[in-house]
Design a protein around this ligand. Structure first.
Ligand code: HEM
Length: 217
C-alpha cells in the first residue's frame, strides 16, 4: 500500500475540503452565518446535535483507554454539556426531542464504529471539533441578529472564546505527533469524510427557503 507522506492534520484538511465547501455553503449554514435562521429552527438543530453528542461522547469515553489517539479528546471537547446548557437556556423540552433521519443515521454509524472500527471515532470527532472554527462566526452573527448581550445560549457554538484558535492549532499539532499506521490514518480520514456527509444530511433535514444573497439585506 502506498504511504501518503503528508502529516495527518494536512490530509484531514485537504482531503475533506470539497465536503467542507458543501457543508458551509448549504442553505441552513448560510442562514446561520447571515443570522437569518429562525430561532425555533436553531433550537431544533441544537436538539439534533445534542442527540448525536450524547452518543459520540459516550463512545469516545468508552474507547479512550483502548484507542490511544482518542486521548487527544480533552473533556472540554465533549459537547453534551454545552448543548444541554444551551437547550435549557432556550427553554427546549429535551424529553420531546426525536431524531430526524440525518441524526438517526449518524447515531447508527457511531454505534457501528464503536463496535467495529473504534479508531474512526476520532475522525468523526475531528470534524465537530474543527467546525468550531466557523461556529464562532455563527455565534457572533446570531448574537447580533437576536440582540443577545452575553454568551448564554451560545456555548455550543463558541465553547472556548478567545482560546479557540490556539486550542485548535495545538490539537492539530498533537495529532501530527501521534504514532499511527497508514491504515489507521486512512480510517481516520474516512471517518471524517463520513462525518461531513452525515452533518450535511442533518442540515438538509431542515427545509428552509434560500437566504437572500449576503450583503443585500
Ligand atoms: C457555517 C459556516 C462555516 C464557516 C464560515 C466555516 C469556516 C471555517 C474556517 C474559517 C475554518 C478555518 C480554516 C483554516 O484553518 O484556514 C474552518 C475549518 C474547519 N471547518 Fe468550517 N466553516 C463552516 C461550516 C463548517 C461545518 C458545517 C463543518 C462540519 C460539518 C465544518 C468543519 C470544519 C473543520 C473540520 C475545519 C478544520 C479544518 C482543518 O484545519 O483541518 N465547518 N471552517
Amino acid at each position: 500500500m502506498a504511504i501518503d507522506p503528508r502529516p495527518l492534520g494536512q490530509r484531514l484538511m485537504e482531503d475533506n475540503w470539497d465536503l467542507h465547501r458543501q457543508a458551509e455553503h448549504d442553505t441552513l449554514p448560510r442562514h446561520l452565518v447571515q443570522g437569518t435562521i429562525p430561532r425555533e429552527t436553531y433550537v431544533e438543530l441544537l436538539g439534533q446535535f445534542w442527540l448525536v453528542a450524547r452518543v459520540l461522547d459516550g463512545a469516545i469515553e468508552a474507547k479512550r483507554s483502548q484507542v490511544p489517539v482518542l486521548a487527544l479528546v480533552a473533556d472540554e471537547q465533549l459537547q453534551t454539556p454545552y448543548l444541554e446548557a444551551d437547550l435549557e437556556h432556550w427553554g427546549a423540552n429535551t424529553a420531546a426531542i426525536a431524531p430526524k433521519p440525518g441524526a438517526a443515521a449518524l447515531i447508527a454509524e457511531i454505534g457501528r464504529c464503536e463496535r467495529e472500527e473504534p479508531i474512526r471515532l476520532f475522525g468523526l470527532h475531528y470534524v465537530r471539533e474543527g467546525a468550531n472554527n466557523g461556529n464562532r462566526y455563527v455565534a457572533k452573527a446570531l448574537r447580533r441578529a437576536w440582540g443577545a448581550k452575553d454568551m448564554a445560549g451560545f456555548s455550543y457554538l463558541d465553547p472556548y472564546g478567545e482560546r479557540q484558535r490556539p486550542l485548535w492549532e495545538s490539537f492539530k499539532a498533537r495529532l501530527d505527533e501521534q504514532a499511527l499506521s497508514e491504515d489507521e490514518k486512512r480510517e481516520i480520514v474516512a471517518g471524517a469524510r463520513s462525518m461531513f456527509e452525515h452533518i450535511i444530511a442533518i442540515q438538509r433535514d431542515f427545509k428552509l427557503p434560500e437566504p437572500e444573497a449576503a450583503g443585500t439585506r
